[in-house]
Design a protein around this ligand. Structure first.
Ligand code: XMP
Length: 327
């Protein structure tokens, strides 16, 4: 049976050999726990759920049913990557749910940050529960809970995003194959399972996704401006060797416009704010200073390639006083 608590004597998994041993152990534990039962898993494409899915696929193959919900707030290329890696390469039993209209319609006109987060969270549970009800005979729920989640919930820092939230009629036994691992160990195991680096070393991304970077009431055109500018930023960071070095970087598009000029004509469009930060514990955060040439290039590319943007700004504020995200 799998263990719930990380043993104090457990060595840090920091070599491929230790990762392989962990994988073998987990495969045996998962098989012992679920037998020929089916496991349901919400697969966001984040590190934890991806590694959890890859382990479960190795252990039980088609008896794992992954559900990937596209809520319209994912980064450019993310749903496609989840489908490519899990369905095409790993042969997963993957249900893709296009819930973009559903989320964006519910969010239309909502400008309060907490209300936005609430709607996104609730809607996610509704969509996932609907998919679960369509399936027969599922007894288990896979979850990418990791050891810091348990420590933080014990310390009362944040509620552990457990099976909690699912309606009464959907109660499952949990399968948590990365529960006793620290983040660096989850990455090590993911790498050993053959997941791509872009997934294993992915920068943190909030659950409400681009929704908290499209400040105020989300509109489709401004959300697209966030998504496209973020894609350009990530592309340039990769080219400039900053990927994997800077802890987190993204763009934000606030809901106000200013005057500009393009091809001799007046424009009235949004600014795009660049945020690039480093941290150890996310409690205190410092700003990564970018080379002038890169900032010039980003300003040029984003204003010329992203519809609706006529200005690019850089956020020089550490945390505190600012938070990382804008909402
Ligand atoms: P803040 O804005 O609180 O962000 O300084 C600290 C870190 O947490 C991430 N973040 C979230 N992650 N769900 C998540 O899984 C969320 O709702 C959420 N909000 C913020 C943020 O990206 C940063 O890395």
């Amino acid at each position: 049976m799998s263990i719930d608590v990380r043993p104090e004597s457990m060595a840090r998994i920091n070599t491929p050999e230790l990762a392989r041993a962990y994988i073998e152990e987990q495969i045996a534990d998962i098989r012992a726990q679920v037998g020929d039962g089916k496991v349901l898993l919400a697969l966001s494409g984040g590190v934890d759920s991806s590694v959890c899915a890859a382990l479960l696929i190795k252990a039980i193959g088609q008896n794992l049913v992954c559900v990937h919900v596209n809520h319209g707030l994912l980064r450019k290329g993310e749903p496609e990557q989840v489908i490519k890696v899990f369905k095409e390469e790993l042969g997963a039993n993957l249900i893709y749910v296009d819930a973009v209209d559903r989320f964006l319609d519910k969010l239309a006109g909502v400008d309060d940050p907490e209300a936005k987060r609430h709607i996104i969270g609730e809607e996610f549970i509704d969509v996932f529960a609907e998919e679960a009800r369509k399936l027969d005979g599922i007894k288990f729920l896979g979850q990418g809970t990791i050891w810091p989640d348990i420590l933080e919930s014990e310390a009362g820092i944040k509620a552990h995003h457990n099976a909690g939230g699912l309606p009464e009629d959907l109660q499952f036994e949990l399968v948590e194959p990365v529960r006793i691992l620290y983040k660096d160990e989850v990455r090590m195991v993911g790498k050993e399972l053959g997941l791509p680096d872009s997934m294993v070393y992915r920068q943190p991304f909030p659950g409400p996704g681009l929704g908290v970077r499209c400040v105020g009431a989300i509109t489709r055109d401004r959300l697209e401006a966030v998504r496209e500018s973020d894609a350009i930023l990530r592309e340039e960071f990769a080219k400039w060797g900053l990927e994997g070095k800077v802890w987190q970087y993204f763009t934000v598009v606030p809901d106000f416009k200013s005057t500009g000029i393009t091809d001799g004509k007046r424009t009235f469009e949004w600014p795009c704010i660049i945020r690039a930060i480093n941290t150890i514990d996310v409690v205190e955060v410092t700003v990564e200073h970018l080379p002038d040439e890169l900032l010039d290039l980003l300003a040029e590319r984003i204003t010329s390639e992203v519809k609706g943007i006529n200005r690019v700004l850089f956020d020089y504020t550490p945390k505190p006083p600012a938070t990382v995200e804008y909402e």
